[in-house]
Design a protein around this ligand. Sequence first.
Ligand code: NDP
Length: 325
Amino acid sequence: MKALVLEQQDGQTLASVKGVTSEQLPEGNVTVDINWSSINYKDALAITGKGKIIRNFPMVPGIDFAGTVHSSDDPRFSPGQNVILTGWGVGETHWGGLAERARVNADWLVPMPEGLDQRKAMIIGTAGLTAMLCVMALEEGGVLPESGEVLVTGASGGVGSTAVALLHKLGYQVSAVSGRLHNAEYLLSLGAKYVLERESFSEAAKPLEKQRWAGAVDVAGGDLLAKVIAQMNYNGTVAACGLAGGYQLPTTVMPFILRNVRLQGVDSVMISTERRIEAWKRLAELLPENFYQLATSEITLKDVPATAENLLSGKVTGRVLVSIA
Ligand code: NDP
């Protein structure tokens, strides 16, 4: 079977499509024939070697996949069943989804929810699941569509695009922040009401600024997140899931102690299976058909290394689906 294999040579990460045997697959109690995977930000960091994601080589990257159960020693899964996997360190510490087959732990698999197929599930992928978890965090923070405008940063990326589509579908008025204004039409068709230039957030944040947002989904971190926090309405919630703009957070306590602002971290890797199943169910129900057309480009395994470079240099819009079969 074919797999994208990462190896290290003189400190450099090398990625190539190779033949591997089923015997080489890591331990696990379910074997899955993979049909679709995708490229997320973390995959791009791993494949290019620009982030210290992988410590043991050789490694098959791919933090998510959708496929058909080939064989299972676990009673919850049976051959022929459609499944999704995201997170749990797959594609980081355990061979991942950019391969024709994976062997994994049954606890990591989610049965395909009604209304989705394998292709759609990977258009959503880890990025889309994270967007849903961010939206759920806003809801749990009490942010309702009538609370006021909500903001999404990094809006043309995978998490951002899905968050825009989900929030719009739920009736929120969405402002999308993007560094690429040529994507404005794309963001408006996903459901953004306004598209704001990232540049307009570049002045250093004051401890408190004019209140603008009832809720925010942030993929950027860094100065942009600090600016957004300073602009939150009284009782606002920010769901922070990413570091596309940096991992630091130069903020103050003022928005928290004077405006009751809530900063909710969002992780998709280790969240419980129960919450995953709930999030996937809601994604299947909420995402409109046009999302799958608008937000998708499709590649094959051999295109993955070049696409990973493009993603990190901000040239990719929406989600990248990898056709494996
Ligand atoms: P993408 O590359 O698809 O999207 C990232 C977007 O961020 C870009 O498209 C760009 O959008 C914007 N961006 C790029 N550079 C900067 C910058 N310097 N400052 C502000 N914005 C910038 O990645 P994903 O959507 O897959 O992931 C987004 C982030 O979320 C990543 O940091 C990733 O690690 C994180 N993530 C976290 C997860 C979790 O479990 N917590 C799971 C999945 C992702 P535009 O051009 O429109 O501005």
